[in-house]
Ligand binder design. Structure first.
Ligand SMILES: [Zn+2]
Length: 499
């Protein structure tokens, strides 16, 4: 069995069959660049990054296109408000988005085309639509004639007559039918404009994705993605434009990721609860954020409640603590250990991972699989002799390596365990309210008390630190400290912190 994907077009899971052998061509609608990006943009970026990585892992050559909408009403409004050119606003927020993508460790797509660089392609697509009778110029605008395209509504499962009754008649005198949408908009004052056969103006929103996907991927291509909010009208209009212009099918598989919520509310400007990627990443390691995105199926809604993120942070911490313990076991070569539950599970890990990912990129199942494997790993780490035996240590190391290899596809476990631990400690001591020097001083105080056989004093120092989420570990080389992250989080929430 190959990969199966849920295709919005046919409302069912289907086996993926590529058009060009060994190759996947994929287009995802990128951001309209007029503001910093929020966790909804982050979700689409992360999930399509996972899909991109997985196809590559399965040996496909992937051409991945993600566009920038840098010509749009929202950008123009922002530019006029700030008193600077629209192109400057676009440039600023493309940079901002690219920084966010780098922070989230998103692999660069093959192409990231911008509307403003593709005006000739857009004009020739519009001209082709006019020539074929699917579009008409009207007073400097050009409109797509929706009723001429018979498959309109197939993706969003909407009937034209229902749409008609919903459309507001008479709002635009230039349109022949209220259902028609703009391909080209005549220039207005204080707007960016380009010359065209219909006079100076700028493209409508939908036409860019038809023109750019056709340029980079041809028609038909394999996968088109985006958030569920884009199904109607944006993707419906893309299909109409591309298929009417080329006379060919546009896309075989339409993939739409689910919405994000914040504390079970829809994100909106009016509620003031828009959560920016950059603000979230000030509080959480990017892998925590990626872990959290991947813990839900990409088509389901996901709720950015603080508790959920803290939970993700605690779980990821447990993985890294196991990795840290494994690294300390040393790296002497040894024959593999005898068959045991860990070696049996390790042998199956890749195939179980692939089974989950082949099933419509089910990252939630992968997360569960990894957690089961971690439990087994910790059981073996806790056995008094297992890790001390070179064969046992070797198996533990192989298990760690396998998690790093497979984790990479969803963007996890790529940090050095020692570094991840340091980062978590740096963050936690702020919440705990103790500096590392203060912790070291307490450790020395305790050592002195033990030397003087004042064991109750020593124990109370240990208990006091434990209460604040700091665990002492006595080793041959002396006493070191580590975090009990759950305790740190409890303190953080009790004090109403975390914001
Ligand atoms: Zn688009």
């Amino acid at each position: 069995m190959g990969i199966s994907v849920y295709n919005t077009l046919n409302a069912r899971k289907e086996e993926f069959k590529e058009i060009h052998p060994g190759e996947v061509r994929m287009y995802v609608c990128g951001p309209t660049v007029y503001d910093d990006s929020h966790i909804g943009h982050g979700r689409a970026a992360v999930m399509f990054d996972v899909i991109y990585r997985y196809f590559q892992f399965r040996g496909y050559r992937v051409t991945y296109v993600r566009n920038y909408t840098d010509v749009d009403d929202k950008i123009i409004n922002r530019a006029n408000k700030d008193g600077i050119p629209a192109s400057e606003i676009a440039e600023r927020y493309i940079n901002s988005y690219e920084q966010d993508m780098e922070s989230l460790r998103i692999r660069k797509p093959s192409h990231t085309p911008r509307v403003s660089d593709h005006i000739p392609e857009i004009i020739s697509t519009i001209q082709a639509l006019i020539d074929k009778g699917f579009a008409y110029p009207s007073a400097g605008d050009v409109f797509f004639s929706v009723r001429k395209f018979h498959a309109y509504g197939r993706l969003s499962k909407r009937a034209l007559d229902d749409l008609e009754s919903g459309a507001r008649v008479g709002i635009n005198e230039a349109k022949e039918d209220p259902l028609d949408f703009a391909l080209w908009k005549a220039a207005k004052p204080n707007e960016p404009k380009w010359e065209s056969p219909w006079g100076p103006g700028r493209p409508g929103w939908h036409i860019e994705c038809s023109a750019m996907s056709t340029k980079y991927l041809g028609n038909p291509f394999d996968i088109h993605g985006g958030g569920k909010d884009l199904i109607f009208p944006h993707h419906e209009n893309e299909i109409a434009q591309s298929e009417a212009a080329s006379g060919k099918k546009m896309v075989n598989y339409w993939l739409h990721n689910g919405f994000v919520q914040v504390n079970q509310e829809k994100m909106s400007k009016s509620l003031g609860n828009i959560l920016l990627i950059r603000d979230l990443l000030k509080r959480y390691h990017p892998e925590v954020v990626r872990y959290f995105y991947s813990s839900a199926h990409w088509r389901s809604p996901i709720d950015f409640a603080e508790d959920n993120l803290l939970q993700a942070e605690e779980t990821l911490w447990r993985f890294y603590q196991a990795f840290l313990r494994i690294e300390k076991l040393g790296s002497a070569e040894a024959n593999p250990a005898e068959q045991n539950p860990l070696s049996e599970k390790l042998a199956k890990l890749e195939s179980e991972f692939m089974e989950a990912m082949d099933d419509d990129f089910n990252t939630a199942r992968v997360i569960a699989l990894f957690n089961d494997f971690l439990r087994l790993l910790n059981q073996h780490l806790d056995l008094p002799k297992f890790g001390k035996d070179p064969a046992g240590a070797s198996l533990l190391r192989k298990s760690f390596q396998e998690l790093v290899r497979l984790g990479e596809i969803i963007g996890l476990f790529q940090e050095k365990p020692a570094r991840y631990t340091e980062l978590a400690k740096t963050k936690a001591i702020v919440i705990i309210g103790l500096q590392p020097e203060e912790i070291e001083a307490k450790i020395r105080e305790r050592a002195q008390a033990r030397l003087e056989k004042k064991f109750s004093v020593a124990d109370s120092i240990r208990a006091e630190l434990a209460d604040r989420g700091i665990l002492l570990e006595d080793t041959k080389e002396g006493t070191t400290w580590n975090l009990e992250l759950k305790k740190v989080h409890q303190k953080q929430q009790a004090s109403g912190g975390g914001k």
